[in-house]
Design a protein around this ligand. Structure first.
Ligand SMILES: [Zn+2]
Length: 145
């Protein structure tokens, strides 16, 4: 006695996970402030490209990490305008390191510094409209040696 019991024992006394409580973990839609809905992307693409957190009234969604047991979102929900901006920002950013003058690692470090963001937030799927526009303006200034 006195020892911490195994996790199996603790799990046994906890109630079953409740779908109602899990709903609270769905990301909030940044446009309407309501909770998004976890759903299959089939109604977006006509075929399934995995799960998404979706806000239909705002036409905003974000993909879920593949193989994530907790259905972790890739970033924040994006409207059609933001989705276009993120694709543009991603293409422009990838061009920096794909042309071989720098490594992807160095380009990411530069992005963090240029955007004034910590590494875990300096991801294009986490940028909003304003931040994408800022990044698109900054990318031509990337030191090309
Ligand atoms: Zn919404």
């Amino acid at each position: 006695m006195g020892c911490i019991q195994g996790l199996g024992d603790i799990a046994a006394i906890l109630p079953e996970p409740n779908p109602q409580t899990l709903l609270f973990m769905n990301p909030i839609c940044p446009y309407c402030g309501k909770s998004s809905v976890l759903t299959d992307s089939v109604h977006i693409y006509g075929k399934s490209l995995g799960l998404i957190y979706d806000c239909r009234p705002c036409d905003a969604y974000v993909h879920v990490h593949r193989n994530s047991p907790t259905n972790r979102p890739l970033g924040t929900l994006a409207s059609s305008e933001l989705r276009v901006l993120r694709v543009k920002a991603h293409l422009a950013f990838d061009r920096i390191w794909r042309r071989g003058a720098t490594t992807r690692e160095q380009a990411v470090s530069w992005l963090c510094a240029a955007m004034g963001k910590p590494r875990h937030l300096a991801h294009i799927h986490k940028l909003n409209e304003e931040e994408c526009r800022k990044l698109l303006q900054l990318i031509p200034n990337f030191p090309s040696k």
